[in-house]
Design a protein around this ligand. Structure first.
Ligand SMILES: NC(=O)C1=CN([C@@H]2O[C@H](COP(=O)(O)OP(=O)(O)OC[C@H]3O[C@@H](n4cnc5c(N)ncnc54)[C@H](OP(=O)(O)O)[C@@H]3O)[C@@H](O)[C@H]2O)C=CC1
Ligand SMILES: O=C(O)C1=N[C@H](C(=O)O)C[C@H](O)C1
Length: 246
């Protein structure tokens, strides 16, 4: 049995993950922690899952690493600076590992992978992410990562920026420029988590779309991470390598 703790346990995703951990025969939920709760029960966990808030996640991660607890993190708000900080903490606690992924839904990981592969073959690439209106951050972590992967693939292949002759626009009309890729964030009641990667070339377009229709979509990927993080030394970013996507 792997002893598991959940941070953000009363949140939309955290509550779903508590149910998933309790339903798994090889996992035991030993701590369910949310705002206002002491973190002490987490010290008995082998793996802590964090789905809290971008402002809270670094402090939680630091606490877990200091207490020798592996972490599986879905909370967004990570950039290269934060990853470097986590690498530093892990370096002083050898044997403690962390898996941080912007999206644990298998379909979303495949969407990012396919977008990365397709991006160098088209003149234009833009991303539209669509989420429930209670989401704290914009653009989504998934959109940021997709843009970074697409842009890196285009740069490696020598493909320039997407053509755009706009000279006059209301601020925000062209979305955010994330690593050279335009990202548009929709917040709409009724939605959960959705993304389209739009690619355009000579007389054709390709749209890669993923929809999380329920927060259950994140559970299999998170549980895979919980079972595997112990054998992934240091910091692992993204679920790709666990799915054999390299
Ligand atoms: N990687 C992935 O696959 C996915 C990532 N996410 C990300 O996960 C995060 C959480 O999303 P979601 O569940 O929708 O958000 P919610 O706001 O529903 O849940 C977050 C929970 O964490 C609590 N919380 C805040 N700070 C702390 C803290 N310091 N310690 C313990 N608990 C805390 C919140 O309490 P309170 O409400 O009182 O502040 C809330 O109950 C977001 O960053 C989101 O983008 C979401 C879905 C999938
Ligand atoms: O807040 C959410 O809901 C989600 N957050 C993650 C993100 O920002 O990419 C993953 C998914 O999109 C759901």
């Amino acid at each position: 049995m792997i002893k598991v703790g959940v941070l953000g346990a009363r949140g939309r995703v955290g509550a779903e993950l508590c149910r998933a951990v309790e339903a798994a025969e090889d996992l035991e939920l030993v701590a369910a922690v949310d705002v206002g709760d002491a973190r002490d029960p987490l010290a008995s966990a082998e793996v802590a899952i964090d789905f809290t808030h971008p402002d809270a996640v670094m402090d939680n991660l630091h606490w877990c690493i200091e207490h020798g607890v592996h972490t599986v993190v879905g909370t967004t708000g990570f950039d290269e600076g934060r990853f470097e900080t986590v690498r530093g903490w892990l370096a002083s606690h050898p044997g403690v590992n962390s898996l941080i992924a912007p999206n644990f839904a298998v379909g979303a990981v495949l969407m990012m992978h396919f977008a990365q592969k397709a991006a160098p073959f088209f003149d234009s690439v833009e991303i539209v992410e669509l989420h429930h209106p209670n989401k704290a951050d914009a653009p989504s972590g998934t959109a940021r990562r997709t843009a970074e992967l697409a842009n890196a693939a285009r740069e490696k292949a020598g493909v320039g920026r997407s053509p755009d002759a706009t000279t006059t626009a209301l601020e925000g009309a062209r979305g955010a420029d994330v690593g050279g890729v335009r990202v548009h964030a929709v917040r709409l009641a009724g939605l959960i988590a959705h993304q389209e990667v739009l690619l355009g070339g000579h007389g054709e377009t390709l749209t890669i779309r993923h929809d999380s229709l329920s927060r259950e979509s994140f559970s299999p990927g998170v549980l895979l991470g919980v079972r595997r993080v112990v054998e992934l030394p240091g910091l692992t970013v993204g679920l790709e390598s666990l799915l054999g996507l390299g």
